[in-house]
Design a protein around this ligand. Sequence first.
Ligand code: PLP
Length: 391
Amino acid sequence: MDSFDNAYDFVTAKHPERATLGLRPHAAARAASWFLDNFPGEVAYAYKANSSVFLLGALYGAGIHSFDVASLPELEDAATIPRARLNYMHPVKPRTAIRRAYHEYGVTCFALDSHDELEKILDETGCADDLQLFVRIKVPAINSKIPLERKFGATADQAVQLLTRTRQYCNKLGVCFHVGSQTVTPHAFEMAFATLRKTIVEAGVVVDGVDVGGGFPACYSRERPSELIEFVNVIKKHFESLPVSSDCHLICEPGRALVAEAESLIVRVDARRGKELFITDGSYGVLFDAAHLKFQLPVRLVGQKSVKTQDCTSFSLWGPTCDSIDYIEGPFLLPNSVREGDYLEIGNIGAYGRAIASKFNGYGQYNEVILYDEPIYTMYPKSSNTFVQSV
Ligand SMILES: Cc1ncc(COP(=O)(O)O)c(C=O)c1O
C-alpha cells in the first residue's frame, strides 16, 4: 500500500477519483498501548469495528491478542490471526455458529442473555465441560450515542435466575454488559456496576469473570468526552469491591476507542451549490453514522493552512448516490472558498465506517493509503487537544 506524510501529499500525487481511506496504523497502535498500560485486565478488540489487516496488525503488534467476535464470518476471519483468543460475545447466535465456533475453532467463551440461548449452547457443544459463559445484563445507557440495552441483556430479575442456572453448566461463570457505544461520561459504568452488584448478591453465585464491554468514547470534535483514564478509574474502583471470586478475570472489549482515529476519509468535491457540497462518499459509504446518528465528524480542506472561523462557512454534504437520504447535515465548517475539484479530509471514521459501507449505486470501493501524520483529534496523551490542519 502507498504511504504519504499526509492527505495533501497523497492528493497532490494521485488526484484520486475514488474516495480514499487514509489509514493511520500508528494511531491504532497508540490506542492499544494506552489500553494495555492502563486497563487493569484483559483488553479484547471488538472485531466488528474495523477489520482492516493494517489496523489489526497494529493492534496485534502493540499487544492485543484477544478479540470479541459477533458472527461466524468474523470468527472465521479472526481465527486466521496467530494465537488469537476469541470470545463469541453476541448474546443471540445461530446454532451452526455455536457448533462450529466450539468444535472447529476451539472457542469456549460465549455470551448469553436467555435460558433458550443457554440451551442452544449446551446442545451444540454437547454440554462441554470447559465453557466460560458470560450472562449479559441489561444496564442503563447514559450519555451514549448508540444505546444497546433495548436489544440485549437480561433484566436484573431475569439475570438472577439465569446466573443460578448457568452456573450449574459452565466451568467459569461471567457477567457482561455494554453501556452503549460512544458513552461520553463514566457515569454509565457506575450505574452498570450497581446493577451487577445487586444481581450477583441476589443470585448468590460465584462469578469468575466480568466483561465491561465497549462504549469507551472517541473524540470527534472540540467538545471532548471525559478522559479515558476517568472511565478506567471508575471501572477499577467498582470492580475491586464487587462480590466476585478472588481471582475474578476482568475484560474490556473496546471497538470505537481503539480504531476511530486510525482512519480518515478523503473525498473530492464534485459540485458546490451554495452551502451544500456534493462529495464522492456519503451515507451509504463510511459516513453512515454521520448521516443517520448525527455524529459530528471533524473535517478540513486538504491543502489549506489554518483558517480563521470568520473565513469559514457551515456546509452540508450530499453523497454520490442518486438517493436523497444520502445527506449529511453537518454542519461542516470549511473555508468559504471551497469549490469543485477540492478535496476534503473527514477525520476519525475508523470505527464502523468501512465496516458499514455498502455497494449501493456501484460505490463502496475505496483507495487505501497509509498516512503518517496525526489524526484530526485524539483521545490519547502526547497529541491530545490538537487540531492539526493539513499543510
Ligand atoms: C458485545 C459488544 N462488545 C463490544 C462492542 C464494541 O463497542 P464500542 O465500539 O462502543 O467500544 C460492541 C459494539 O456493539 C458489542 O456489541
